[in-house]
Design a binder for this molecule. Structure first.
Ligand code: BES
Ligand code: ZN
Length: 472
C-alpha cells in the first residue's frame, strides 16, 4: 500500500525531471486566441493527454465549437474504476496568452530557460504559460504521477475527473456548451479544484475565495467613407480617433466611478468583516507598485476604496488596446475613416456580463459623436464567482497546503477571472476551491512570464497531501 511518504519521496527525487517535462510543454505555443496557432494548441492538448495516460487515467480529447467555427479541444480524463470516496473535478487550462510584445522578452517566449532567482537558492522557468497555467497544471499532473510511481492506483485511489480547457485565455467561449452536454457526467463530482491563481507572497500560500467576472468588447467608431487630408478636412469633420478617445474618457468621473447608467446596480458591497480581514493581511501597496516600476503616488483608483479592495471587491473598466489611422514610421497627415478600441469590464457579484455589455453599448449609442456611427462586438464574457469559505473540502485543502508549506494558507481574492467557476456553480451547483501557487511577480500575460521551482514543488506537494487526505 503506497503511503504519502513514498509519493513525496518520488516527487523530490524527480523534481528536476518534472520541471524539464514542464519545459517540453512550454515549448508548444498554444496561443488560443490566434488561429495561426491552432495546430500547436492541439499539440499541447495531446501532450497533456499523454501525461495523464502515463499516470493511468482514461483520457480523451473532446472537440468543441461548430464546423464553421471550430474550437480547441478539451482534455477530459477520468480515473478508472469506481468507488464511493470523494470525486474531484480538477480544472486547468493548457492555452496561453499571446506572447506580444515579442521585443520585451529576454529569450524566446516558447524557448523556456531555467534561471536562478536572485538572492535565493531557488530557480525559475521563464516562458509564456510558465505560471498561467501550464506550470500550475503540471504541479497537479506530477502529483498524480507521484502517486502512481509510489505504487498506488492512479490518483492514489481517489476518484478524479480532469478537465483541461484550451480556450480559457480567449474567453472560454465553448465551455458553457461543453458543461451542458457533459452535465450528467460532471455532476457526480463533489467539488472543483483549480490551480490557476496566486499566493499572497513567497512563503505566504493562499486559497482564493473569489474571482472577478469579465465582459470583453471591441468597438469601432466610423466617420467618413475615405481617408482624408488632415489639412483640407481637419477641424471641419469628425476625426474618429479624437471622437473615440473623447467618448471613452467619459467612462469615468473625477472619482474614477464608472459613468454607465446602472453599472453598479447589482454590485454587492464589500462586507465590513472582509475589509478588516484584507486590511489585516498587511499588503504593502507601495512595495507592489515598486515591483512594477511605479512610485506610491501611482496608487490610484475608485475613490473610497483601498488598493486591495479595488482589485478584489470592485468592478473596473479598462481600455486594453486602441488604434486607428497612421501608426507606421515617420509622419503622415491623415484623418482616418475609423478608430477602434478593445474595452473590457471586470465584474463583481452580482453583476452579469451580458447585462453590462448591453448597458455599455447603449451608453455608447447615447454618446454617439455627430456624423459618426458605432460598430460593436461582444468578444466574450464570464461571470464572477465567490466561494464559501467554511466548507469541509476547503478546510481539507487548507490543511493539505499547511502540511506542504509549514504555514496556514491565507484567504484571499483575486482581480483576475476564471470563467469556469461561475459556470460550474450556476449550471451544476458545483463549488470550486482555488488553490494557486503563482506569485504577483510572475509577470503573467506579460513578457518574461516565470514560475519558480519552489512554487511548482509546493503545488505538487500540496496536491499530494490533498489526495492523501481524501483517501480517508
Ligand atoms: N490565471 C488567470 C487568472 C488570474 C490572474 C488569477 C491573476 C490570479 C491572478 C487566468 O488564466 C486569466 O488570465 N484569465 C483571463 C480570463 C479572460 C480572458 C476571460 C483574465 O483574467 O484576463
Ligand atoms: Zn490562467
Amino acid at each position: 500500500m503506497a503511503n504519502v511518504q513514498s509519493a513525496l519521496e518520488w516527487l523530490e527525487s524527480n523534481e528536476d525531471a518534472a520541471f524539464q517535462r514542464l519545459c517540453d510543454w512550454l515549448r508548444i505555443p498554444s496561443v488560443s486566441t490566434d488561429p495561426e496557432f491552432n495546430a500547436e494548441t492541439r499539440r499541447a492538448a495531446e501532450w497533456a493527454k499523454d501525461h495523464l495516460e502515463a499516470s493511468g487515467l482514461d483520457v480523451r480529447l473532446v472537440e468543441t465549437g461548430a464546423p464553421d467555427a471550430p474550437g480547441h479541444p478539451i482534455v477530459l480524463a477520468e480515473s478508472p474504476g469506481s468507488g464511493d470516496g470523494p470525486h474531484i473535478l480538477f480544472y486547468g487550462h493548457y492555452d496561453v496568452q499571446p506572447p506580444d510584445p515579442i521585443e520585451g522578452w529576454r529569450t524566446g517566449p516558447f524557448d523556456p530557460v531555467i534561471e536562478s532567482v536572485e538572492g535565493t537558492s531557488d530557480r525559475k522557468v521563464v516562458a509564456r504559460g510558465a505560471c498561467d497555467d501550464k506550470g500550475q497544471v503540471a504541479s497537479f499532473l506530477e502529483a498524480l504521477r507521484a502517486w502512481k510511481e509510489a505504487g498506488a492506483e492512479p490518483a492514489g485511489g481517489v476518484r478524479f475527473t480532469v478537465l483541461l480547457e484550451g480556450e480559457e485565455e480567449s474567453g472560454s467561449v465553448n465551455l458553457e456548451h461543453f458543461l451542458e452536454t457533459h452535465a450528467q457526467n460532471l455532476s457526480k463530482c463533489d467539488v472543483c479544484v483549480i490551480s490557476d491563481t496566486a499566493m499572497l507572497a513567497p512563503g505566504r500560500p493562499a486559497i482564493t475565495y473569489g474571482v472577478r467576472g469579465i465582459a470583453y468588447t471591441e468597438v469601432t467608431l466610423h466617420a467618413s467613407d475615405q481617408d482624408l487630408h488632415s489639412g483640407s478636412w481637419g477641424g471641419k469633420v469628425p476625426n474618429p480617433i479624437s471622437e473615440l478617445t473623447k467618448v471613452l474618457s467619459k467612462l469615468w468621473d473625477g472619482d474614477r466611478k464608472i459613468q454607465i447608467p446602472g453599472f453598479y446596480a447589482a454590485v454587492r458591497e464589500i462586507e465590513p468583516v472582509e475589509r478588516t480581514n484584507w486590511e489585516n493581511l498587511g499588503v504593502d501597496a507601495a512595495a507592489s507598485l515598486r515591483g512594477i516600476g511605479l512610485g506610491p503616488e501611482a496608487n490610484v483608483g475608485e475613490a473610497g476604496y483601498s488598493f486591495l479592495e479595488r482589485e478584489w471587491g470592485r468592478p473596473t473598466a479598462e481600455i486594453n488596446g486602441i488604434w486607428g489611422g497612421y501608426t507606421g514610421a515617420g509622419a503622415k497627415t491623415v484623418i482616418p475613416t475609423h478608430a477602434s478600441a478593445k474595452v473590457s469590464f471586470r465584474l463583481v457579484a452580482d453583476q452579469d456580463p451580458d447585462d453590462i455589455r448591453d448597458k455599455f453599448f447603449a451608453w455608447l449609442e447615447s454618446n454617439t459623436p455627430e456624423g459618426c456611427r458605432w460598430e460593436t462586438t461582444d468578444l466574450h464574457g464570464g461571470p464572477p464567482a465567490t466561494v464559501s469559505t467554511d466548507s469541509e473540502m476547503l478546510s481539507t485543502a487548507a490543511s493539505a497546503i499547511e502540511k506542504a508549506a509549514g504555514v496556514k494558507p491565507e484567504l484571499i481574492k483575486t482581480g483576475g477571472s476564471i470563467p469556469v467557476a461561475g459556470l460550474l456553480k450556476s449550471r451544476l451547483g458545483l463549488e470550486t476551491i482555488f488553490m494557486g501557487f503563482g506569485l504577483e511577480t510572475d509577470r503573467v500575460h506579460s513578457p518574461n512570464e516565470e514560475f519558480r521551482l519552489s512554487c511548482f514543488s509546493l503545488g505538487a506537494r500540496s496536491h499530494i497531501m490533498f489526495i492523501d487526505a481524501l483517501r480517508g
